[in-house]
Each structure stands twice: as structure tokens, then as C-alpha cells.
Write a protein that binds this ligand. Structure first.
Ligand SMILES: C[C@@](CO)(OP(=O)(O)O)[C@H](O)COP(=O)(O)OP(=O)(O)OC[C@H]1O[C@@H](n2ccc(N)nc2=O)[C@H](O)[C@@H]1O
Ligand SMILES: Nc1ncnc2c1ncn2[C@@H]1O[C@H](COP(=O)(O)OP(=O)(O)O)[C@@H](O)[C@H]1O
Length: 296
């Protein structure tokens, strides 16, 4: 029996510039995605009907609202095949953590089902189907470091020199992405919201691979909203800075905190210092950039 397993990374947003809310309820973004070495795995096995099983944290739906199920159904209907597949998801990416775990699983399911059903869809078609599932899904297919415009789905890959070393502080309990965008709108209701532009400092830091410069250039317009909804994040970020992180920010819509280290060994000592605090449910070390969804 053919079984296909796809490994797919989490992301952190190096820059998340959020423009005014659009008529369709979405926000135009400058979203600089960076894929990091925390992975989910999706295994596709032939089965009479579509089923989803999840290994790992609680709180992930196993019905048609699982993003991997939506991906399998969309691909089947696009390719004109029956969605006869059992998808098993091994989760290591935090749920509702601002690291795009659900989007990652959708991207992995697209790649796994395309391989299992031998539908041979082009990369462009998979990216297009991904964008219909969620704004972050195309990046999980692409990986690396990339800037996403529009909702975040119009991607251009960026060259990044070398490797960056990260520490992630997972929280107890997630934050809802729509709720964080709504809080961002509420906080900015009485001020002009400029159109976001790509940060020159960030682009320069990526070209040279200098972690200190990258740390200074990290920027997340959703961070004030995440902190407003989860005030304890302020002290959590401060703990990382106090422990020597060269950059500290909320990952996307949060509540995961991302800390940049200056080297692999610095990341190890930072991770162990943060593990000794009470700010995080767990602390993980990772490097980036890494590849997007790949068959393993
Ligand atoms: C904030 C980010 C940063 O990368 O991700 P997370 O940190 O949550 O993982 C993304 O913009 C989340 O992308 P994704 O989770 O795919 O969002 P979608 O399913 O497309 O949209 C969910 C909801 O988020 C809001 N949304 C999303 C994208 C966008 N450009 N503007 C928005 O306002 C809308 O309220 C939308 O209904
Ligand atoms: N495969 C999946 N993994 C995780 N969450 C999923 C998945 N499919 C659907 N969801 C739902 O999507 C919500 C947000 O998931 P996730 O992508 O992990 O968050 P975020 O957008 O913050 O990165 C979850 O709370 C869950 O209800």
C-alpha cells in the first residue's frame, strides 16, 4: 500500500505590517515569513472515506473543519477524484499559537494527497488552492524566507544569508487570529493607519545574516493587540530580553513568543534560562530558514 508522509514547518513573522481593514474584512499586509525547524507531519493512507486523526495537543478538530481535511476535499474536487484518504497529523507546532500550524497541515495535506492520488498538480496550482484555504497556506508550501503581500498569499522568496537561531516560548492556551486582528483595529480606531512598507533595515539584515541587526529590525503590528488580549506576554518578552535575546517579539497573532539568539550555543543557553522561568508552558529551540512542505 502506498503511504505518503509530508513534513511541514512552522513560521515566525520577521515583519508583520498590517494596513487598514479592507472591504472583505481582511487586512493588506507586508508579511515577511520565515520557516523554522518546528514541524508537523501529515501521513496520507488510502482509505474508503476521508478521516482525520491527530496525535499531540488537544483542541484540534477532527471533522471537516480541520484545515487538512479542507485541503484534501478542495484538491479532490479540483482534480475530479474521490477524497479516499486517511490523514494522520502528528502535531509539534503549537495550536492557535501564531505559528500557522493549521495552515502548515493544510499545505502538507495538499502535497500528500497530490502524491497519493497521482494528480500531478503544478506548484502554481497547489499555491492557488492553498490561498483558497487560508492566507498563510501558500507560505507553508514555499518555506524559506519570503515576503507576502495582499492577505499574505502573494509571495516572493527572499535570499537570507546563513542561518538564524531561535528560541520559542509556547503559551498555555492560544489566541484567536480574527480576535487579534479585531483588537488591532479597535486599538487603532482613532489614528490614521499607514500603508505598510517592507523594512529596509530588515532586508539589509537578511542580506548580511547579522542576527543583531535582524533582532533590531523585527516588527509586528499585531503585537500590541496580542498584549492587550494577553497582558502576561509583556513580562514574558521582557524575560527573553533580560536573558540576552538579541530580538524578542510575539509570533504573528500570538501568543507564542519568539526570541532571536546570536548563535546555536547562545540559543541553547537562552532556552535553558527561559525554561527556568514560569512564563512558558514549554520552551523550544529552532533554526531557520528551512524548506516548506516536503515528502519524507
Ligand atoms: C496573523 C497571521 C500572520 O502570518 O498568522 P497567525 O499568526 O495567526 O498564524 C496571518 O495573517 C493569519 O493568516 P491565516 O490564519 O491563514 O488567516 P485566514 O484563515 O486567511 O483568515 C482568518 C481571519 O484572520 C483575519 N485576517 C487574516 C489575514 C489578513 N491578511 N487579514 C485579516 O484580517 C480575518 O479576520 C480572517 O477572517
Ligand atoms: N490541522 C489543524 N491544526 C491546528 N488547528 C487547526 C487545524 N485545523 C483547524 N484548526 C483550528 O484552527 C485554529 C487555529 O489554528 P492554528 O493554525 O494552529 O493557529 P494560528 O493561526 O494562531 O497559527 C485552531 O484553534 C483550531 O480550532
Amino acid at each position: 500500500m502506498i503511504v505518503t508522509t509530508v513534513r511541514v514547518p512552522a513560521k515566525v513573522n520577521l515583519q508583520l505590517g498590517v494596513g487598514p481593514v479592507r472591504d472583505d474584512g481582511y487586512h493588506d499586509l507586508v508579511n515577511v515569513f520565515h520557516a523554522v525547524s518546528l514541524f508537523d507531519e501529515v501521513t496520507a493512507t488510502p482509505a474508503p472515506t476521508l478521516t482525520i486523526t491527530v496525535e499531540g495537543p488537544a483542541g484540534v478538530p477532527t471533522g471537516p473543519d480541520n484545515l487538512a481535511a479542507r485541503a484534501a476535499l478542495l484538491l479532490a474536487s479540483h482534480a475530479g477524484v474521490e477524497p479516499r484518504v486517511a490523514l494522520h497529523i502528528r502535531k509539534d507546532i503549537p495550536v492557535a499559537g501564531g505559528m500557522a500550524g493549521g495552515s502548515a497541515d493544510a499545505a502538507a495535506a495538499l502535497v500528500a494527497c497530490d502524491a497519493l492520488w497521482e494528480t500531478g498538480l503544478s506548484r502554481e496550482t497547489l499555491l492557488g488552492l492553498g490561498a483558497r484555504i487560508g492566507s498563510d497556506v501558500p507560505f507553508a508550501l514555499l518555506g524559506g524566507t519570503a515576503v507576502g503581500l495582499g492577505r499574505g498569499e502573494r509571495l516572493t522568496s527572499l535570499e537570507a544569508a546563513g542561518e538564524f537561531h531561535w528560541v520559542f516560548g509556547y503559551a498555555d492556551g492560544g489566541l484567536s487570529t480574527p480576535a487579534v486582528y479585531a483588537e488591532c483595529d479597535r486599538l487603532r480606531a482613532h489614528e490614521p493607519v499607514p500603508w505598510p512598507v517592507v523594512s529596509d533595515d530588515l532586508m539589509a539584515a537578511l542580506k548580511t545574516g547579522d542576527p543583531v541587526a535582524l533582532g533590531r529590525a523585527l516588527q509586528n503590528d499585531l503585537q500590541p493587540a496580542a498584549l492587550s488580549l494577553r497582558p502576561s506576554l509583556a513580562a514574558a518578552l521582557e524575560a527573553g530580553t533580560a536573558a540576552g535575546a538579541v530580538g524578542a517579539l510575539v509570533s504573528g497573532s500570538g501568543p507564542t513568543c519568539a526570541f532571536l539568539a546570536s548563535s546555536a550555543s547562545h540559543a541553547s543557553s537562552l532556552a535553558s534560562a527561559l525554561s527556568d522561568t514560569a512564563h512558558f508552558a514549554s520552551v523550544r529551540q529552532a533554526r531557520g530558514p528551512v524548506l516548506g512542505a516536503v515528502v519524507v
